[in-house]
Write a protein that binds this ligand. Structure first.
Ligand code: C5P
Length: 318
């Protein structure tokens, strides 16, 4: 008889969260910083294909172009690219998403990750010193505005950031337009954005239209059995959906934890925190439930390698 592998259970709900993470969720729910007022239907049970089609048809993954910004933002908006990321990058073949999870340590996945045509990494995740486990190729780096803005991340000086195409995100209020967003960004990233662009004019650096975050959030909420955290999805999920727009096939590493699962937050830092894997601020558990539902790979791939296999939208007929 085959033993059942303990891999991510896509039907998890808040009762599966630790008491502390439930309290945190309630806190963010009460705060409702982004003024979420969801009008759709919670608890839908869509098939894998239906979820893929929702993601393909309802999420645009636009990046902001210079001419789309209101005049009030022209002091930094002129540094934005003229075209969008999707217009500029052609169709790619096999792509890899490298989560920053502690369970990547001792995985030996580096060669496999580097064998992909393109690799996306997140925020301050390094490759130097971790090549055997996370690879060394960086084609895209998806970053939140906090890492771009806050001094301690040393965004302007750390040479790590100068490889690959940068894509930054910063949330607006729920379904807010660009003007509403510009009045109240989460972090005032403009000065660093201008300075970075002046110093590295040849490195592509896009900013996601914040509307994308809520388009994705809606789909996660609809496919969850209860109300989820009223905060934007994590960088990991944004990166996965971005690559589904660009690549034929996507391998995602240690987003759904393997047998190496750990509360160690990052492979490159020493602290332990279950919120990193299950979500404190982000509705991360529900994001992972959704990704598990559209996984085309086997449970044994998740168990041994933390690997999820997804089809690109070009291979998804709706
Ligand atoms: O924390 P940060 O957003 O920089 O991490 C990158 C992404 O990796 C997260 O957005 C999340 O999707 C994923 N992650 C994870 N489990 C962890 C740490 C990060 O799934 N323990």
């Amino acid at each position: 008889r085959k033993e059942r592998l303990h891999v991510w259970n896509e039907n998890m709900s808040s009762k599966d969260l630790s008491f502390f993470l439930q309290i945190i969720k309630k806190h963010f729910y009460r705060t409702n910083k982004y003024k979420v007022s969801f009008q759709g239907k919670i608890g839908q049970k869509l098939s894998s294909k239906e979820i893929m089609c929702q993601l393909k048809n309802r999420v645009s993954m636009n990046t902001i172009k210079t001419h789309e910004l209101p005049k009030s933002a022209s002091h930094w908006g002129t540094y934005l690219p003229l075209d969008s990321l999707l217009e500029t990058v052609g169709q790619l073949g096999r792509c890899a998403v490298v989560s920053s999870a502690g369970s990547l340590l001792s995985s030996g996945l580096g060669k496999e990750i580097d064998s992909h045509d393109a690799v996306i990494r997140f925020n301050a995740a390094p490759t130097k010193g971790f090549e055997a486990d996370v690879g060394s190729k960086t084609t895209f780096r998806l970053m939140n505005s906090q890492v771009v803005t806050k001094k301690e991340h040393n965004f302007l000086k750390n040479p790590m950031y100068r490889t690959g195409t940068i894509i930054m995100w910063d949330p607006s209020i729920y379904k807010g337009n660009l003007s509403q967003w510009l009045m109240r960004p989460d972090f005032k990233f403009y000065d660093h954005y201008i300075e970075y662009r002046k110093m590295n004019p040849d490195q592509p650096f896009y900013i996601l239209d914040p509307l994308n975050l809520w388009q994705i959030w809606d789909i996660i909420q609809e496919n969850s059995p209860e109300q989820i955290h009223p905060d934007p999805p994590s960088s990991g999920t944004l990166g996965i959906i971005l690559l589904m727009n660009l690549c034929d096939q996507i391998s995602v590493y240690e987003f759904l934890p393997s047998k190496r699962k750990t509360n160690k937050c990052y492979y490159f830092k020493s602290h332990f925190d279950p919120a990193c894997s299950f979500g404190g601020f982000h509705p991360l558990m529900y994001e992972k439930n959704l990704i598990k539902k559209i996984n085309q790979g086997k449970d044994t791939d998740i168990y041994h390698h933390g690997r999820v296999t997804l089809h690109g939208f070009n291979r998804t007929e709706c």
